[in-house]
Design a protein around this ligand. Structure first.
Ligand SMILES: C[C@@]1(CC(=O)O)C2=NC(=C\c3[nH]c(c(CCC(=O)O)c3CC(=O)O)Cc3[nH]c(c(CC(=O)O)c3CCC(=O)O)/C=C3\N/C(=C\2)[C@@H](CCC(=O)O)[C@]3(C)CC(=O)O)/[C@H]1CCC(=O)O
Ligand SMILES: NC(=O)c1ccc[n+]([C@@H]2O[C@H](COP(=O)([O-])OP(=O)(O)OC[C@H]3O[C@@H](n4cnc5c(N)ncnc54)[C@H](O)[C@@H]3O)[C@@H](O)[C@H]2O)c1
Length: 216
């Protein structure tokens, strides 16, 4: 595989992370609220505060970020969202030197992570990035992926069935390599697939159990 980008996609549990957002305007507010929604402990340092931030319960430091540059060591993730591009770049560079995760929404080239456009509902997560080329096109790609999922019910049914198969197999088969063989055997079985396509999830599970009985 050829690497076409320096960014590695991961899904992060933010619940033990301290996030510093610098600049509490439109972009900073949106990012601060998103990170908070996902459980991070967020602080915003800003000269002016948006009304939304004021009401959010997020910790606010009303100050010039220039005087707080050394404080970034206290945080794990930094987002530089002021309207001063030079300041954003300078802080992001310093943060990355300190091995922090830093996102500069005003210049993706400075960032060591970028924020994709995403959808997640607890069952599936889809994140799309065009590597900063166009968020509007990223949104179009995400919408089309979601339309495809919503118009093809059997994908979500196979997810439900395969999650159940995993639960059963983990309890029943202790050898992981046998479990892996079985996942593929079940997923590729024509009768299992037919039940899924007919929306008969219980029959699909019964067929999966038959296959397990044949092998283990
Ligand atoms: C997903 C979302 C998350 C969020 O912001 O929280 C997000 N941008 C959103 C919207 C949006 N941003 C912009 C427009 C105007 C039209 C357009 O440009 O398309 C719109 C559309 C709108 O407002 O509707 C302008 C823009 N975007 C960037 C720059 C800087 C630059 O390019 O230099 C400029 C200024 C360009 C200039 O100065 O002219 C860069 C980035 N924007 C990213 C994420 C990252 C790449 C993700 C990717 O690859 O897709 C990255 C690299 C930042 C990063 O590092 O994370 C959010 C989705 C909102 C939703 O939910 O619909
Ligand atoms: N990535 C994206 O999706 C995206 C989208 C739109 C705009 N942008 C870029 O993001 C930047 C910010 O946009 P915005 O609409 O949020 O701007 P804004 O004017 O609404 O907010 C800027 C904020 O930065 C604060 N600030 C400025 N200097 C500061 C300092 N020295 N210390 C602390 N806080 C300081 C201001 O008080 C203000 O709250 C712009 O450069 C814009 O080009 C990025």
């Amino acid at each position: 595989m050829t690497l076409s980008s320096r960014y590695f996609p991961i899904f992060l549990d933010l619940s033990n992370f301290r996030v510093l957002v610098i600049g509490g305007g439109k972009v900073g507010t949106k990012r601060a609220l998103r990170f908070k929604d996902y459980g991070a402990k967020v602080t915003v340092v800003t000269l002016q505060v948006s009304e939304e931030l004021q009401r959010s319960g997020i910790e606010l430091i009303i100050n010039d970020a220039r005087s707080l540059v050394d404080d970034i060591s206290k945080y794990d993730i930094i987002v530089t969202a002021t309207n001063d591009r030079e300041l954003n770049s300078m802080i992001c560079r310093r943060a990355i030197e300190m091995r922090k995760l830093c996102n500069n929404p005003t210049n993706p080239k400075d960032s060591n992570f970028i924020v994709p456009i995403f959808y997640e509902d607890g069952d599936i997560a889809i994140a799309v990035s065009t590597m900063g080329k166009s968020s509007i096109v990223s949104k179009l790609i995400l919408d089309q992926a979601l339309n495809m999922l919503r118009s093809n019910e059997s994908i979500m049914l196979s997810l439900k069935a395969m999650a159940k198969v995993k639960e059963i197999l983990k309890a029943r088969v202790s050898d992981p390599s046998l479990r892996y063989t079985l996942y593929h055997k079940i997923f590729e079985d024509e009768e299992f697939e037919r039940h899924i396509n007919n929306g008969e999830i219980d029959s699909a599970i019964r067929r999966a159990e038959e296959i397990m009985n044949e092998v283990s």
